[in-house]
Design a protein around this ligand. Structure first.
Ligand SMILES: [Zn+2]
Length: 315
C-alpha cells in the first residue's frame, strides 16, 4: 500500500480507518465485484437500504431514494455521464425521477441536472394547473431541482459554464428545507462556510441515510474553497454536525443497524468512519498543514475503503 509521503500520519490514519473490521477476503471480493460492474460499461449501484442506492462512477456520487412517488436524487454527476446516470436509474425502477437535490455547485455534482430533471417528471401537478407551486412553471414539467440559494447564485453568474436548463428551479435560504417524499422525512440542511458557502447535506430520516456531498470524500482530504466562502473551521463544524445526527451500531455492534453516510466521492461510511475523518481534518488543522496540499490517497488505499456492510448489485 503506497502512502502519501508528505502526510504519513494522515495517510496512515485513513488507511487504518478504512481497513478496520474488513476481512481481507471479503474486501477483495467486494473490490472484484465492483471492477466487474465497471467493466460492463454500466455505473455501479450500491444498495445502501432496500429502497436506497448509491450510483457511483459518474463524477460525484449520486444517491437515489426509491418509493411509490418515484425517485428522489441527490446530485446528478458530471455532464458527460448524465445518460449513464439516467440508464442506472432505469435499472433501479420504472418510476420517474421526481425531485433532484444538489449538495453544491460543483460540476461533478450538478453536471447532469438538465438531463436528469428532463428525464423525470414534476411531482407537483401538470403545467398550467391552478393552485400548485411555482415549481411547475419554472421547471416546465420536469423534475424539480432544489439547492441552497448560493448554489443558484454561483451557477447563474455571468461566467458560469452551466446552461439555464441546469439551474436549480427551487432554492432555499436559512438553515434547512424540509420535505416529505416517498414516506420519508427529508431534511436538506445548509452547512455554512464549510467547503464553500453553498454546501447542503441531505438527511433521509426514515431510511437513516445522510448524503454529505463533498464535505466528506473518503478518497482524499476535503477541498476547502476559501474564494467561494469555505473555511476549515466551517468544515470541522459540518463534520461535527454530521456526527450529531449519526447513530453508531451500539450496543449490538454485529447488526447492520446504523446511520449510513454517502460521501461526495468514495464509499459508504458509518459513524466510526466519520469520527476518524473528522479527527484527521482536525489534526491537519491543528498542525497547520497547508490546506491546498490535500492528502491524496493511492487508488489502492481508496479501494480499501469498500465496506463489506453494503452490497454492490448487478441490478
Ligand atoms: Zn465532488
Amino acid at each position: 500500500m503506497r502512502r502519501h509521503s508528505a502526510y504519513p500520519l494522515a495517510a496512515l490514519m485513513f488507511a487504518g480507518v478504512f481497513c478496520l473490521g474488513l476481512g481481507a477476503k471479503a474486501l477483495l471480493a467486494a473490490v472484484s465485484q465492483q471492477t466487474r460492474a465497471s467493466a460492463s460499461g454500466e455505473l455501479d449501484l450500491v444498495a445502501v437500504r432496500s429502497d436506497f442506492y448509491m450510483i457511483a462512477g459518474a463524477g460525484g456520487n449520486v444517491a437515489a431514494q426509491l418509493g411509490p412517488a418515484g425517485v428522489v436524487l441527490v446530485d446528478t454527476g458530471s455532464a458527460p455521464m448524465a445518460d449513464a446516470v439516467v440508464a442506472a436509474v432505469k435499472r433501479l425502477t420504472d418510476r420517474p425521477i421526481r425531485y433532484v437535490i444538489n449538495t453544491s455547485a460543483d460540476a461533478d455534482h450538478v453536471g447532469g441536472n438538465e438531463k436528469l430533471s428532463k428525464a423525470g417528471q414534476t411531482i407537483l401537478g401538470h403545467q398550467g394547473s391552478s393552485g400548485v407551486s411555482e415549481d411547475v412553471y419554472t421547471s416546465g414539467g420536469a423534475a424539480s431541482v432544489l439547492a441552497h440559494e448560493n448554489v443558484f447564485t454561483r451557477m447563474s453568474a455571468p461566467q458560469s459554464p452551466f446552461p439555464f436548463a441546469a439551474l436549480p428551479t427551487k432554492t432555499y435560504s436559512g438553515r434547512s428545507y424540509p420535505m416529505y417524499l416517498n414516506g420519508d422525512g427529508i431534511q436538506v440542511m445548509h452547512m455554512p462556510a464549510a467547503r464553500s458557502d453553498g454546501d447542503s447535506i441531505v438527511f433521509f430520516r426514515r431510511a437513516d441515510v445522510i448524503v454529505s456531498g463533498d464535505i466528506i470524500d473518503t478518497a482524499r482530504f476535503p477541498r476547502i474553497d476559501v474564494a467561494k466562502g469555505g473555511s476549515i473551521q466551517g468544515e470541522i463544524a459540518a463534520l461535527n454536525g454530521l456526527l450529531e445526527m449519526m447513530i453508531p451500531p451500539f450496543p449490538l455492534r454485529w447488526r447492520d443497524e446504523r446511520t449510513y453516510l454517502i460521501p461526495g466521492h468514495g464509499f459508504v461510511a458509518d459513524y466510526g468512519d466519520v469520527v476518524e475523518y473528522r479527527n484527521v481534518v482536525t489534526i491537519v488543522r491543528l498542525t497547520s498543514m497547508p490546506m491546498r496540499a490535500a492528502v491524496s490517497l493511492s487508488s489502492d488505499t481508496a479501494r480499501m475503503a469498500v465496506p463489506t456492510r453494503v452490497r454492490i448489485t448487478n441490478r
